[in-house]
Ligand binder design. Structure first.
Ligand SMILES: [Zn+2]
Ligand SMILES: [Zn+2]
Length: 328
C-alpha cells in the first residue's frame, strides 16, 4: 500500500510503498478514504511530542470501510467506521476502571504509537472504532474524529457557560461553534492578530464577535477554550473571563505559559486541560453532530501532498480542516 511515513522527527514525510498490515484477532483492516490532518500530527512530526513509534504513519482522523476482520472481531465487512486518536487502552488500571480511559498510562494512540491514516489502509482495534451514520461524506466526516471530539470534550468542561470565548478558530473551533450555537451559547472568536479572513470565517459561522487574540472581548466571558498552542493565551483568556469562570486548554502541546498575577486567577477562576478522549465522548458527540447538524469546511489534498497540508495548517493558511483523500 502507499503511505506517507515519518522516518525521523523534524523531517518531512516520505512517500513509500509498504506491506499492507493484517489485523490481529480483535482488529479490523480499514480501507481509508479520508484522513483529516490535526495539529497533533504537526506536533508529532515536528518533535514536540516525544517517543513516537518510528517509522510511523501519522494521522488519527480516519474514515474508511472495513475490508478484513480478525478471528474474534465482530464488525461486519463493508461497515463504515471512524478511527480516532485513542487506539487502545488496558481496561484494567485505576483510570480505565473509573471511566477515565483517556488517561490510561498504557494507552496507544493512532498515528503516534500505532500506525495511522496517512495511507491507503490501517489496522485498528475494533473496540475503538466508531460506526459512522450516513449523511456526511467521508471527507466531511473525517474532522469530526478529533477536531470534533476534542472540541466537544473541551466544551463539556465549560459547563453551562453562555458566553464562550474560542482562542484559535481552526478545525476544532469551527465544529464546536456550531454545536454551541445550537445550544444557544454566544460565541466570541479570537484569531491571530490581523487575521481578517479568519475573523470573517468565524462571523459567517455565527460568532457574534471576532477579533485578534491581543484584543479584549466586548463583554466579560463565562468561559474560554484555547485551541491555539500558545501559552501566552492562558493569562489573556483568564483576563477575559468572569469570577468562577473556566479556561480550558484543548491542545496536547503548548508553548510555555508566562508568569501572571494571582489576581487574574483569584475569585475561583479555573484553568484546566483536556487530554485525549474517551469512547463515551465519541459516542455522545457522533450522536449529537447530525442533530445540529454539524457541517464541516474542508480543504482536500491528495495523500502524497500530506507535507503541504501540514505546512498549510502550521502557517494558518487554512479555513476549517485539512483532509487527505487516500482512495487509490
Ligand atoms: Zn487530533
Ligand atoms: Zn488503563
Amino acid at each position: 500500500m502507499r503511505a506517507m511515513i515519518l522516518e525521523e522527527q523534524g523531517k518531512p514525510l516520505v512517500e513509500r510503498s509498504v506491506d499492507t498490515p493484517s489485523p490481529g484477532p480483535r482488529e479490523v483492516l480499514v480501507k481509508i478514504s479520508a484522513c483529516a490532518v490535526c495539529r497533533t500530527d504537526l506536533h508529532v512530526c515536528d518533535g514536540d511530542l516525544e517517543n513516537p513509534k518510528l517509522p510511523l504513519i501519522p494521522g488519527h482522523e480516519i474514515v474508511g470501510e472495513v475490508v478484513a476482520v480478525g478471528k474474534e472481531a465482530t464488525l461486519e465487512m463493508g461497515a463504515r467506521v471512524g478511527v480516532p486518536w485513542l487506539g487502545w487502552t488496558c481496561g484494567e488500571c485505576e483510570y480505565c476502571s473509573r471511566e477515565e480511559e483517556n488517561l490510561c498510562p498504557e494507552a496507544r494512540y493512532t498515528g503516534y504509537t500505532r500506525d495511522g491514516g496517512f495511507a491507503e489502509f490501517v489496522v485498528a482495534d475494533e473496540g475503538y472504532c466508531f460506526p459512522l451514520a450516513e449523511g456526511m461524506s467521508d471527507v466531511e466526516a473525517a474532522p469530526l474524529l478529533c477536531a470534533g471530539l476534542i472540541g466537544y470534550r473541551s466544551y463539556r468542561k465549560t459547563g453551562k457557560a453562555k458566553k464562550l470565548g474560542l482562542y484559535g478558530f481552526g478545525a476544532a473551533a469551527h465544529i464546536l461553534a456550531q454545536v454551541a450555537l445550537a445550544e444557544e451559547r454566544r460565541i466570541f472568536a479570537f484569531t491571530r492578530p490581523g487575521d481578517e479572513s479568519g475573523q470573517e470565517f468565524a462571523g459567517k459561522l455565527g460568532a457574534e464577535w471576532a477579533g485578534g487574540s491581543d484584543e479584549s472581548p466586548p463583554e466579560q466571558l463565562d468561559a474560554a477554550i484555547i485551541f491555539a498552542p500558545v501559552g501566552e493565551l492562558v493569562p489573556k483568556a483568564l483576563e477575559s473571563i468572569r469570577p468562577g469562570g473556566v479556561v480550558v486548554c484543548a491542545g496536547i502541546h503548548m508553548s510555555e505559559i508566562p508568569a501572571f498575577p494571582y489576581k487574574i486567577l483569584w475569585e475561583e477562576r479555573t484553568v484546566c486541560s483536556v487530554a485525549n478522549l474517551t469512547r463515551r465522548d465519541g459516542e455522545e458527540f457522533l450522536k449529537l453532530a447530525p442533530t445540529v447538524p454539524v457541517q464541516t469546511e474542508v480543504t482536500t489534498y491528495p495523500l502524497e501532498e500530506a507535507n503541504r497540508a501540514l505546512q498549510d495548517l502550521k502557517s494558518g493558511r487554512l479555513e476549517g480542516a485539512a483532509v487527505l483523500t487516500c482512495g487509490s
